[in-house]
Design a protein around this ligand. Sequence first.
Ligand SMILES: [Zn+2]
Length: 332
Amino acid sequence: MAVTAVDDRPLKLPWHDPMWAHMAAGLAAGRVAHGLLIAGTPGVGKRRFAWRLVAALLCRERTADGDACGVCAGCRQRAAATHPDISRLTPEDTGKAIKVAQVRRFSHALHLTPQYSTGRIGWIDPADSLSTSAANSLLKTLEEPPAGCHIVLISDRVSALLPTIRSRCQIWTVPAAAPDTARAWLAGQDFDASRADDDSLRTPLALRARHDAGAQPLVEQWDKDLGRLLARRANPVSVAERAHEAERRLWVDWLYRRCNDLLLAALGADSPSLDAGLAGAARRLGPRRLEAWSRRVSDVARTAETNADWRLVVESVFIELSQYVAEAIDTP
Ligand SMILES: [Zn+2]
């Protein structure tokens, strides 16, 4: 992930406010830890929070809220992605491990005299991609960083980090958004989140990213297929045909949410992301059958990571659902 990509997006997210107030107090008092681990679920804005902090650390004229001024020499160089005091440690290839040799170069760079008096910044992203040996070779730098240096580590899988890395950092867990806060923020971004469920709203950036990735037309198609299957106007094999070719994580995410929505509707609860047709079908199926189906859906979510025959897995989940539909007609 390029640091420059974060910089042209808004860094202040309303659900970060209480945590930022703590950070700003630390900045004002000159008490910011030298190793900071920014953790949190994907989609809550960890990188934006971390980059807001980096911006503040590199600024000479911070605002009353502790934010970077945006106009001083340090701020301008940071915004132009030419700041000489930022060193990045990221995998050479996306999804691969960070190697020992990279850590050595990174540690060496942090020990060079900074160009500005604000000190050097080390950015490690994602920190959970450090190989064990790379993590071990980072320990000394983390424990005794050069004077004025701050090392910011980003991770959504803190449990995957070596305990020795975790214990040398101050951990800041970026909170999930309250659904109402997220809805208002997304609306301000010209994003219509009125049909989004509360669960997706807790990670607004992930919701936004799914949308941006063009997931919406797929979701609409899957919803339509599901509706036809529940109305016995489509057969499970042809529905599976379309679904199994999609990006697995996206589809499993959809399946999981819809299963949950259907179950809620069957229990008489509100599920705003279901249309009237799907909600009616859920009530006809009833909670007992949908609970049974939800166990199958959980199995599917687990299988997505394995090398099982994915087409058969997807077919089986729709075949089972259509059996429940047939059963509900025979014995309502
Ligand atoms: Zn500034």
